[in-house]
Design a binder for this molecule. Sequence first.
Ligand code: SER
Length: 598
Amino acid sequence: MRSLTAKELRQLYLDFFRSKGHAVISSASLIPENDPTVLFTTAGMHPLVPYLMGEKHPEGKRLCDVQKCVRTGDIDEVGDSSHCTFFEMLGNWSLGDYFKKESIAFSWEFLTDEKWLGIPKDKLYFTCFEGDKDAPRDTVAHDRWVEMGVDPSHIVYLPKKHNWWGPAGQTGPCGPDTEIFYDTGRPACGPDCKAGCDCGKYLEIWNNVFMEYNKVADGVFEPLEQKNVDTGMGLDRTVATLQGVESVFDTDAFSGIIALIAELSHKGYKDDPETTRAFRIIADHTRCAVFILGDQRGVTPSNVDQGYILRRLIRRSIRFASQLNMPRYALCTIAERVIDQYGEVYPELNENREKILTELRKEENRFADTLKKGIKEFHKLVANLEGTEIDGVSAFHLYDTYGFPIELTVELAKEKGVTVDEKGFAAAFEEHQKKSQAGAEQRFKGGLADNSEATAALHSATHLLQAALRKVLHDDTVSQKGSNITAERLRFDFSFGRKVTDEELREVERLVNEAIAAKVPITCEEMTVDEAKAQGAIGLFESKYGEKVKVYTMGPFSKEICGGPHAKNTGDLGRFEIKKEEASSSGVRRIKAVLIHD
Ligand code: SER
């Protein structure tokens, strides 16, 4: 088995799939576009949803990539050997091209062939979907592994909970998967220990999803027009396996960062379990914060949405850094190391270096002031506690007055052996949001993933809105900072330094409605990023040089790089009406608008 660095594995993976006719595409932004169902890109398939649903991809039907991902659902697990909030996912894709047999053959060759990873065949174990009322048992995948030479005793069938990959939101493309595990050689945890068991003996290294269904509602699965393959391999985790180390934090991806934390804290990574945990949390969270701050659609710390997650990550890191007595602004020093390490693969980190460091410093200043006071307040609270639970209103007070994310309060409470009424906190939070009219976002309503006409029309209206804003505000620097579409409304965030006046908003509305009244066809062309730029297309130029992108044109009104889908004609959109204009974060404005069909 070859022991590879993260850099080598990234390259080898792409080389392998390139040799199998796959085009290498760039990582999309960490902030999903037009998808209200999740805050971050959580898997490689996420930015590709329109193409899995049948939109044509400009680079063809076979793609591979390394996608930046953030998953914060597991944030409390960070500190163990395998959980990270940020990770890179290696993926290969068939958009209605090859299916199970080829996908399995590709994976087998890449994993076992000496020319590639050369993993001993007997170390690999597999799971396949056992079948239920929605889809049959996946004997095709099972039999294909056997054809490859796998001993049937190394393959187990498991139910949907294990072997089905669902959409990132609630609806969208999905299907059964087959997962590939590496046997670490550790003893089995019991007689039922087998691939899929999470005791640590079997490490999942790759997941091949056969996306042939569209989940349209709970329990309702319709066949997709095309059968797709979506695979995902966690980069750090596979490197840890190949390097034979105990955790992702012991790989070359983290060793420089861990060494720096040791230098800054004058402590040893393996001094004791608590110190190890603190090192890992600081390393993971700082890396994640750097990627979020340095993203193409950069986010800054705030009290809502992505900005809140970012704030949580930074503040949690700072708390552990102060526990280790690290100097002030230590996070900035670590962030610089992260940027240096990843800047070559993710140039946006270098481009945003100053912004990343400035924002980290600012957040540290903000937090330092409140942390001390808040901890004092917290201790007072615990000392005066009747019973063993901190009530929701007090927890909200810590949040509201001292900037304590609820997770921080819960964590501190745990250390004191008391609990927090988290439901009570959520209720107090909601009450506050209602009062300040900031919340009530229906984030979890179906999004573009359902591909419905309503969302496609709102998406087209978003393009017209951006074009109109640029015209009315006479400002070419007005650029998209976020877009979020539900079936009912669009929400568009854009860079602009002041409030947009009522007159300006009315003029923007008028221009959008003029484009709608003109009933121009919405056309799509494929071209390289540079051609798109030369034609004056706007949009996020996140693709690499020479890579093909789709450009949507709406007559003389709008030309924008975008994945789609869109309405066919501006005449199909209905009447455009702006409902609200407000600040989203510093230097960023937010517009909510609807399309009315009289
Ligand atoms: N979507 C699957 C996953 O995230 C495979 O890429 O595991």
